[in-house]
Write a protein that binds this ligand. Structure first.
Ligand SMILES: [Ca+2]
Length: 327
């Protein structure tokens, strides 16, 4: 049996085979301390190479928090999964920015905002100096990564993340490629979590698990003459701020109409898309995004917060994806 200890502050995870392995080590280090203190000491012990595994293999990654339907099993989908071990972003798996989208003024996506350390993807938003753009309109470093594979389909998707305390977003979402969208006449977007650590205009973004879906039809117009956009969302109160601690945000994208959402492993919401216009609205293959961006409807981040490394970084522990495969 594997016991997993995860530190939310120092970003140390370690796997040990048996609790009995820990006790002598703790005693050896001279600690007979309460639980929290033992955990603190374990952080140090985890630095010992013989004690801490360098990475998390697929065999150790737990299945989704939902049982596979009878006759099926969950299989990890590597192209859209990453434990963020090692010292840099896996360039075979990810773009270190958002191809085709620079960000929203004044937040420019820059690869330098992206790093991998201590088992986490870190996206750090800071003041850009000197500013960029013809009029110096870009002056905040923002960050995005996107899977190079673009064929994510029905399955379970989850990230574990601690949002920054900025007025920038922390997000986890899927979208179909632009060229394919033109070909089929619709753009599909599945937003599993969109939150803002220090939200001001809409405070719910600060403490909610916010799910959303958009299907935009290029050849269908709404009553205002705009491209028809089917949108359905849901939100669940987390009970604390999204920047206070790590949370698991998951979605079982069941089929073209049904999506179940899971907060810390518990089913909390289901979105059912209407089928009057399109019998299979969310049927497109997509890529996966982890993005920290500026929203044009939100107040800008505070300068002091952008300068404060204890506030300006979002930590993604992992992103995991699973497909149902017939047994
Ligand atoms: Ca990790």
């Amino acid at each position: 049996m594997a016991w997993v200890f995860t530190d939310n502050d120092l970003h140390v995870s370690c796997l040990v085979q048996d609790l009995s392995t820990i006790v002598p080590l703790v005693n050896f280090a001279g600690f007979s301390s309460p639980k929290n203190e033992i955990y603190m000491k374990l952080k140090l012990l985890c630095l010992l190479p013989f004690f801490c595994l360098a990475d998390v293999s697929a065999a150790e990654i737990p299945p989704p928090p939902v049982d596979a339907p009878e006759g099926y099993k969950w299989v990890l989908n590597e192209a859209y999964s990453d434990e963020f071990e090692g010292a840099e972003l896996d360039s075979e798996k990810w773009h270190d920015t958002y191809p085709g989208w620079k960000g929203r003024v004044p937040g420019l996506f820059v690869p330098s905002a992206i790093s991998v350390a201590d088992g986490k993807l870190q996206i750090q938003s800071t003041i850009m100096f000197p500013p960029k753009g013809d009029n110096g309109e870009w002056w905040i470093n923002c960050g995005a990564i996107q899977t190079k594979s673009q064929e994510a389909s029905y399955g379970y998707y989850e990230t574990r993340v601690k949002a920054s305390s900025l007025r920038t977003s922390t997000t986890f979402w899927l979208m179909n490629p632009a060229d394919k969208a033109k070909e089929v006449g619709k753009r599909t977007e599945l937003d599993i979590q969109e939150c803002i650590g220090n939200a001001k205009r809409w405070p719910g973004f600060k403490h909610q698990f916010r799910n959303n879906t958009h299907v935009t039809y290029y050849d269908k117009l709404d009553e205002d003459g705009e491209k028809l956009n089917l949108k359905a969302g849901a939100s669940t109160d987390i009970g604390s701020g999204v920047s206070d601690d790590y949370h698991r945000y998951g979605c079982w994208w069941v089929d073209a109409t049904t999506m179940h959402f899971y907060l810390d492993g518990e089913h909390v919401q289901t979105i059912e898309l209407p089928t009057e216009v399109d019998p299979a609205p969310m049927d497109q293959k997509m890529y996966v995004n982890l993005v920290c961006e500026i929203y044009d409807w939100e107040f800008l981040p505070e300068m002091d917060a952008l300068k404060d490394d204890s506030l300006n970084t979002t930590y993604y522990d992992y992103v995991r994806s699973y497909q149902l495969v017939k047994e």
